[in-house]
Design a protein around this ligand. Structure first.
Ligand code: GUN
Length: 297
């Protein structure tokens, strides 16, 4: 079987258009402009690129944005003071601190300091707790929300399916496993989480109707780990050496794309799969945060 590719860019673009329409409506009918603050500490080039694309998307949708770039030596106390200010700022409805932060800063302390009503990343313990108990009033982390939306918009039936999630990170693996097992639309799946300590990892992956790879290892998922016709969602973004390119490197996912393409039924490419969905969902969360703050949602 040769997999059909899922065009995440095109699906994210549909959401971006919907979001732009909603931003225009909020401005016109309520004089409300949703605002997002993105904070980058240090000079990790990949993080800088992600933060820039989030900032640019705000501008494109007509939203307010503030990009705050801080030196790598910033202390946790300094960053907490900036978050306290953003928590109080009326024109900011969403706050995102790009992960990873330099090692002198505890991400747990930072995420817990963000006002849960402005936590559009969905990393505050209160929002993680709401996802865990199926309370829809919180924010769902953007990449897991993007995976769920992608499956829904591609017509993949999640209900009753066996979903295997490779990885248990706070950003992707753990929350995606929680949301897809919820009693909700585009959910109700039987979810298995496998990780670095799992026994029979390949065998469990082979039993998946939907395999979500979020393990952070380039080309980890081989064709032997995929059932014929399975849906494979590749969340990985890994930079690997490639001397044939101008930059000497390129991006690959957690899936051995060329081999798995011969086996899967549906497959997301990297780049152009899950990545654009993450930004689209961040914008959706920020618009919702602005509406919630003003009693419009
Ligand atoms: N680093 C990689 N993905 C994310 C994300 O979704 N949010 C934040 N804040 N940092 C990230």
């Amino acid at each position: 079987m040769t997999a059909k590719l899922i065009d995440g860019k095109q699906i994210a673009e549909q959401i971006n258009v919907e979001n732009a329409v909603e931003v225009a409506r909020l401005k016109q009918q309520h004089g409300l402009t949703p605002g997002l603050a993105v904070v980058l500490v240090g000079d990790n080039p990949a993080s800088a690129a992600y933060v820039s694309s989030k900032d640019k998307m705000c501008a494109r949708l007509g939203m307010h944005s503030e990009k705050i770039t801080l030196p790598a030596i910033t202390t946790q106390t300094e960053l907490l003071a900036i978050i306290a200010r953003l928590n109080q700022q009326d024109n900011i409805h969403g706050i995102l601190v790009q992960s990873p932060t330099p090692k002198q800063i505890s991400e747990e302390a930072i995420f817990a300091a963000i006002d849960p009503g402005k936590d559009v990343d969905g990393f505050h313990p209160l929002n993680i707790g709401k996802v865990a108990i199926g309370d829809p009033s919180g924010f769902v982390p953007c990449t897991p929300a993007g995976v769920q939306e992608l499956l829904g918009r591609c017509g993949v039936v999640v209900e009753g399916a066996h979903v295997v999630v490779l990885g248990r990170s706070r950003i992707v693996g753990r929350p995606v496993s929680l949301i897809l097992s919820q009693k909700a639309r585009n959910a109700n799946a039987t979810v298995t989480v496998v990780h670095s300590k799992s026994k029979n990892l390949a065998e469990i992956c082979r039993s998946a109707d939907i395999l979500i790879a979020a393990i952070g290892v380039a080309r980890f998922v081989k064709s032997e780990m995929v059932r014929d016709g399975a849906v494979v969602i590749d969340v990985g973004i890994n930079r690997v050496e490639d001397k044939t390119t101008e930059k000497g490197c390129r991006l690959v996912g957690d899936v051995d794309f060329d081999a798995v393409k011969q086996k899967a039924g549906l497959l997301t490419p990297v780049p152009g799969g899950v990545g654009p969905m993450t930004i689209a969902m961040l914008m959706s969360n920020t618009i919702r945060a602005a509406k919630m703050r003003h009693g419009l949602a």
